[in-house]
Ligand binder design. Structure first.
Ligand code: UDP
Ligand code: MG
Length: 318
């Protein structure tokens, strides 16, 4: 039977919210009236999430479990799910019920009525997020729009529906550490938007600490913008102008015979330029590091288990 819809769910230590999530997702998908699969990507959870998933799988055959060998991160887990999903349409949704599963039905009907390859879920109300999350998210989307090379819709996270053609295009990219919410708009396929209210996390705590947020931002910036590299050029130009001025000044002072000890100014100039140089080196390093890891070509994740494979070849009875 042809799978019409795949729903990819990255899961990392979500034991508190999984029963609620499954309870809300299943009726929505059953009501769609089309063959579907849920690809639950267990991103190396260390709590009871894998056990819970197995339990749900027993009486919900459409729930497919894919377990990664180690925590690979939200984006890598989603990419893994995208690669394995078989549906004609592929949705991605967080497990914490911040993205309402009911919207999936709207996305699917929107995709067919608008003939869109991509339907973004756009949050028109983030009042349930913390102030810090709102501020950082705002800065993220605005910066990426200002310096990035892609016009990603504002406030569209990873709640979206894409067509098979879009998924194939994304899967064919060799890119490492890809940020799907930017890679997908960058394809430029016909798109539509569904607006929704972002709810509070139904249970459990955020799995996105500041360190992971910073990593996502760096991946986004280096993946879609060369502005930081250009920044280094501007710093260099600025430094050259200042240094030329200082040179003229120093010559003038020397010629007029007013040379002063000038210790402070020397220290300030040396420290300021050393700082700028280190910053520029750091920026270069971010890009070089990514070229390096792309060159190594190591996979971003390893699959430990796929319930589909074991369902199709059940272990023979003794
Ligand atoms: N997640 C994951 N791997 C990680 C971190 C998060 O698969 O390393 C999943 C998590 O289980 C959830 C989704 O990604 O389904 C979004 O994470 P979370 O809700 O914690 O992020 P926030 O909404 O706080 O930004
Ligand atoms: Mg969340």
């Amino acid at each position: 039977m042809v799978t019409e819809m795949s729903v990819v769910v990255p899961i990392f230590n979500e034991e508190d919210v999984l029963p609620l999530f499954v309870g809300r997702l299943r009726p929505v998908l059953d009501r769609l009236g089309v063959p579907y699969e849920v690809v639950a990507v267990d991103d190396g959870s260390t709590d009871t999430s894998p056990i819970l998933l197995q339990r749900f799988h027993r009486d919900w055959p459409e729930l497919r479990i894919v377990r990664l060998r180690a925590n690979a991160g939200h984006q890598a887990a989603m990419s893994a799910g995208l690669q394995l999903a078989r549906g004609a349409w592929i949705a991605s949704i967080d497990a914490d019920l911040q993205d309402p599963p009911e919207v999936l039905a709207d996305m699917l009907s929107m995709a067919t009525s608008e003939q869109a390859d991509v339907v973004y879920g756009v949050r028109n109300d983030r009042s349930s997020d913390t102030r810090f999350k709102r501020l950082t998210a705002r800065a993220f989307y605005r910066t990426m729009r200002a310096v990035g090379t892609v016009d990603a819709p504002l406030d569209a996270g990873d709640f979206r529906l894409i067509s098979r053609a879009t998924a194939d295009a994304v899967n064919a990219l060799p890119e490492h550490g890809r940020v799907l919410r930017l890679v997908i708009p960058s394809l430029g396929f016909p798109s539509a938007e569904v607006h929704y209210r972002r709810d509070e996390r139904a249970a459990g705590v955020s799995k996105y600490p500041l360190s992971k947020m910073i990593r996502l931002t760096l991946d986004s910036l280096t993946g879609f913008s060369q502005a930081p590299l250009r920044l280094a050029t501007w710093f260099g130009l600025f430094g050259f102008v200042v240094a030329s001025g200082l040179l003229l000044y120093a010559l003038a002072v020397n010629i007029t015979g007013h040379a002063l000890p000038g210790w402070t100014s020397t220290v300030v100039v040396v420290a300021a330029f050393a700082g700028l140089q280190l910053l520029c080196l750091g920026i270069l390093g971010e890009y070089v590091g990514r070229i390096y890891s792309a060159q190594q070509g190591r996979p971003t994740h390893y699959i430990a288990y796929d319930s589909l494979a074991s369902d199709e070849n059940p272990p023979s009875a003794p």
